[in-house]
Design a protein around this ligand. Structure first.
Ligand code: ZN
Length: 179
């Protein structure tokens, strides 16, 4: 026990050897076993929270990446049929006529193909980011891929916002990555 540990660091009261708490203000005596125990507990809680954050990020990336990739892929394969369905819809026809838009079935298909491609690219980027986070490797790629997934989600401002927020979360996990 050091010289200064004979006085409470909170109120300055003199302390007997072996005291764990200051009898005057209740502060844990510095250098005592209780303080060491508290420090250990704090470290455990910190680790638990970090693990939870990690799992949460993986979960959030998965619920975005998997359906987005599948939807993008299916839409890309089926863009022609999808365009025909949209095109033959009476409400769509009325909407085109009422606005006097110069839209053809091909332009509908092109539009669907572009959206599907963006969807697929965004989903794949999110998958790459997720794989890096799971393996706790290539932190930079995890951050960049997550940001790319957000930017590619350009049909939705909300999507971009959430995606960039996710990229920031991945960024904040740096010390938990091995590379
Ligand atoms: Zn005290």
């Amino acid at each position: 026990m050091t010289e200064d540990s004979k006085f409470c660091t909170g109120c300055g009261r003199g302390l007997e050897p072996g005291m764990q708490f200051c009898p005057q203000c209740g502060r844990v005596v510095s250098g005592s076993e209780t303080e060491e125990e508290y420090r250990q507990k704090a470290v455990e809680v910190e680790q638990f929270l970090a693990e939870s954050r990690f799992n949460w990020v993986i979960f959030a990336l998965a619920i975005y990446a998997i359906p987005t990739t599948i939807a993008g892929l299916l839409l890309l394969i089926d863009a022609g049929a999808m365009a025909d369905t949209v095109w033959s819809n009476a409400d769509f026809q009325n909407w085109v006529i009422s606005h006097d838009y110069d839209i053809t079935v091909d332009s509908v298909q092109n539009y669907i193909t572009i959206v599907a491609g963006l969807c697929l690219a965004s989903g794949l980027c999110a998958l790459v980011s997720m794989a890096c986070v799971i393996r706790r490797k290539m932190w930079k790629i995890a951050v960049v891929a997550c940001a790319a997934a957000a930017v590619l989600c350009c049909w939705s401002l909300f999507g971009i916002f959430i995606g960039l927020l996710m990229a920031w979360f991945v960024y904040s996990l740096k010390e938990m990555f091995s590379s």
